[in-house]
Design a protein around this ligand. Sequence first.
Ligand code: ATP
Ligand code: MG
Length: 395
Amino acid sequence: MNTFISASGPALVAPGSWLGMVGGGQLGRMFCHAAQSLGYKVAVLEPDPLSPAGVVADLHICAPYDDEQALASLSERCAAITTEFENVSAQALTSLAQQRRVTPSGEAVGIVQDRIREKAFIAQAGVPLAPYAVIESLADLEQADEALFPGILKAARFGYDGKGQARVATREQALQAYEQFGGVACVLEALQDLEFEISVVMARALDGQVQAFPCARNEHRDGILAVSTVSESLQGSTWCEQARSNAAAIAEQLGYYGVMCVEFFILRDGRLIANEVAPRPHNSGHYTMDASLTCQFEQQVRVMTGLPLGSPTTLCPAIMLNLLGERWFDEQGQYQEPDWQALLAIPGVCLHLYGKLEPRHGRKMGHVNILGANDEQVHQRAAQAAAVLGMAFHE
Ligand code: ATP
Ligand code: MG
């Protein structure tokens, strides 16, 4: 049942109202900016006193995510509530939903934050996946199909940026990794022969309307997204079509409201399979902030407030480079700020920094969107930007 819609359509939460955000990371910060520019006020629930979103919010409720008093004050103030991170308590979202509109629902988040439930859901939605087995005991691992090796053992909960994962060539290695993970529930996935990876960010509105942004091709380094490329050449491929229709099928069957991202693998044999779902805006959708008529964060605001979805039309090709903490250090490990002047002298370069004070290896400090008139120009500018940043670039 859709409890957000009356006969006259979704009730509008008008500009000027308060919106609630559970989580204070960079996705929350960019959400605040988008919401504030539409005239909303944002209250952020986040325990870190100096978080990226907390410092730009109209109100920072500084408390743990599951603090009952804090959740109550969020729902008292805010007409609609959303979240920016996957490991939010699904139960907290469900209980907030008794008072307020919460998108996405605790139920949908509860499914996608658990790889076991997520994979079962994706499979029953008719979307292809890598072969996998559920591992809830040593016996499950001892009996797992030999065809799953070499594979990747992934903890079912609380993984991100490649954390909670181990590549395992053999069953013996898998048994070791399982013990190292402390025997938590896992999935064992067959290692796939990847040609490349793509993702699609889409929004599903309270009336069920779906809008997808162009697909991005993603390059990971050390398990962390490094480069997303949104090229004209990719958009025409049948993979993008398949990715969009698979993502829409997953969202519809989940009864999902909000912005979500689905990551896909393109295999060497040309097949497209789904990897995982993120129930929120995604790092690979940051290019929309500069290249698209509506960005993914504004789309999140529009869904939760009952405004019509914005146009996902993207005006030009784009490449996003993630700025990780290592960009703040030279080869000798000495602190050295990136050369912002040289970077921003390159035409088509847009810089987004998240206000994090301490650059650390692997920490997402910001990103750079690079725009251009065509694929070739964007590529050339991105190569220039990467050179200024001392970052490998070879697409
Ligand atoms: P993130 O939070 O960055 O999305 P994650 O920790 O949720 O990462 P996954 O998306 O499952 O982890 O995997 C991270 C990366 O590892 C993938 O983008 C892909 O490059 C590689 N990978 C994961 N599963 C497989 C597989 N079955 N076969 C080959 N490569 C894989
Ligand atoms: Mg992933």
